[in-house]
Structures are given as structure tokens and as C-alpha cells.
Design a protein around this ligand. Structure first.
Ligand SMILES: Nc1ncnc2c1ncn2[C@@H]1O[C@H](COP(=O)(O)OP(=O)(O)OP(=O)(O)O)[C@@H](O)[C@H]1O
Length: 223
């Protein structure tokens, strides 16, 4: 469970304070699927970065199963993040010189898993996302949708409890985007992974169990 309590985030830029998140309160249960909606600049990415522990709150709390992980030393927090949270972003940041298998294995190798185990897991996951015949392709040799599926596979290799996706279908055509949505929702429904997705796509939001809207750094709808 993730409990967000009076979460505020302020950036200081050129001497100006920008209050991006102005006191968010929200509880996300294990196994929820949550869409985060809102216009450009509303603070969605900022919120998701904090939920992913990539950035710290300015004030307020975000508790993961009751734990205030932001109080932990950086190394312990990084290990928690690596084990618990998977990320899928619109610009997926696959490493261009590595193939699908190697990109998928990367978080496991960084975490200290043996090459053999990481390889076995990566092969299974790539099969699951329909890329069994694209394992030795490098990103430039894959379509946009295939690249995004490698990014999903990479996010899953550590068997995360939480999957965070920021505009995961933003740069894909409708049909390919739908396939990525199907994969994400299937993971949520079949494996119980908590799914949190930033999206402008109403059809995807409609397929999630809950949605919130952000406006001017506050939650204005919650369903
Ligand atoms: N590191 C930073 N320093 C200063 N300002 C920032 C920083 N990161 C984000 N902002 C500002 O915070 C506001 C919210 O940004 P954020 O990326 O969270 O919005 P968003 O809702 O995800 O928008 P979009 O839909 O366009 O991606 C923006 O006005 C942005 O300029």
C-alpha cells in the first residue's frame, strides 16, 4: 500500500519558487490500477517520480507499506527501488548498443543476479510480451511498439510490486498502443502488480480501476 499524505514539491529555479505539488493525499492499495490525468504542467511526472522514489518530497509523506523509505540512505533506497518498482516511460531509454535480451537483463545484473538466471528470466518475459523472435535485435532494429515492449520486459525482470508508466503509449499508433495497454492491464489483473499510469488517453484511463486528475498541483477528481 502507498499512502500519500500532504505531499508537497517545490522547485527553485532562478530564484523563483515553483510549487508543483501543493498537498496531495491519496491511498493506493496493492493491486490497484490507477490512472493519473491532467493537462501539461499539472505535476503528473513530478508526482510519478516521487512515487518511484526517483525524487524526494519537499514536505509531507509517502509511505510504502508503512515505511518512510525517503529517510533511508541513498544506497538502501536504490536497492528498494530496484527490487520493488518497475518503470516504463514514453522515451524508454533502451541502451542502443545492447539487444533486447541484454537490455531486459540489465536491472537484474546491476542487482547482482547471476548472468544465467538473468538470461533465463529475460527470455521468459520477452516471450510473454510477444518478442520471442526479437531477442537479439538492437533497439534501432525494432519498431516503436517492440521497443516499448522491451521497456516493459526490462521493468518486469525484478518482479516489481509496483509498475509506474509515464505516457507508455504516447508515441505509438492506436493499435500498437492498445497492445501495450493490454500487456500492462494483464500484468495488473493476472499478477496483481500495482499499476500507476500517467496518461492523456481517456480510453486507457477508462480501463483502469481508479483515476485521479491533477490540476495546479492538487487532486481535483478522484474516482
Ligand atoms: N527540476 C525542475 N526544476 C524546475 N521546475 C520543474 C522541474 N521539474 C518540473 N518542473 C516544473 O513543474 C511543472 C510540472 O511539471 P511535470 O513534468 O510534473 O508536469 P506534467 O503534468 O507531467 O506535464 P506533461 O503532461 O507536459 O508531461 C512544470 O511547470 C515544470 O516546468
Amino acid at each position: 500500500m502507498i499512502q500519500v499524505q500532504d505531499l508537497k514539491k517545490t522547485f527553485v529555479k532562478d530564484g523563483n519558487r515553483i510549487e508543483v505539488l501543493r498537498g496531495l493525499n491519496l491511498t493506493i492499495d496493492n493491486g490497484d490500477s490507477l490512472a493519473i490525468l491532467g493537462v501539461s504542467g499539472a505535476g503528473k511526472t513530478t508526482f510519478v517520480h516521487i512515487l518511484g522514489t526517483l525524487d524526494h518530497p519537499t514536505s509531507g509523506e509517502v509511505l510504502f507499506n508503512g515505511l518512510d523509505v525517503f529517510k533511508w540512505p541513498a544506497k538502501k533506497l536504490a536497492s528498494f527501488r530496484n527490487r520493488t518498482i518497475g518503470f516504463v516511460f514514453q522515451f524508454h531509454n533502451l541502451l542502443p548498443e545492447f539487444n533486447s535480451l541484454e537490455n531486459t537483463m540489465m536491472p537484474a545484473l546491476i542487482h547482482g543476479m547471476s548472468r544465467r538466471d538473468a538470461l533465463a528470466r529475460a527470455e521468459t518475459i520477452l516471450h510473454d510480451v510477444g518478442l520471442g523472435d526479437r531477442m537479439t535485435h538492437k533497439p534501432a532494429e525494432l519498431s516503436g511498439g517492440e521497443q516499448q515492449r522491451v521497456a516493459v520486459a526490462r521493468a518486469l525482470i525484478m518482479e516489481p510490486e509496483i509498475l509506474l508508466a509515464d505516457e507508455p503509449t504516447g508515441n505509438l499508433d492506436t493499435e500498437t498502443g492498445r497492445k501495450i495497454e493490454d500487456i500492462l492491464l494483464d500484468l495488473n489483473q493476472r499478477k496483481g502488480i500495482t499499476l500507476i499510469v500517467v496518461t492523456h488517453n481517456q480510453s486507457l484511463a477508462g480501463r483502469m480501476s481508479r483515476s485521479i486528475g491533477l490540476r495546479d498541483g492538487e487532486i481535483y477528481t478522484c474516482g
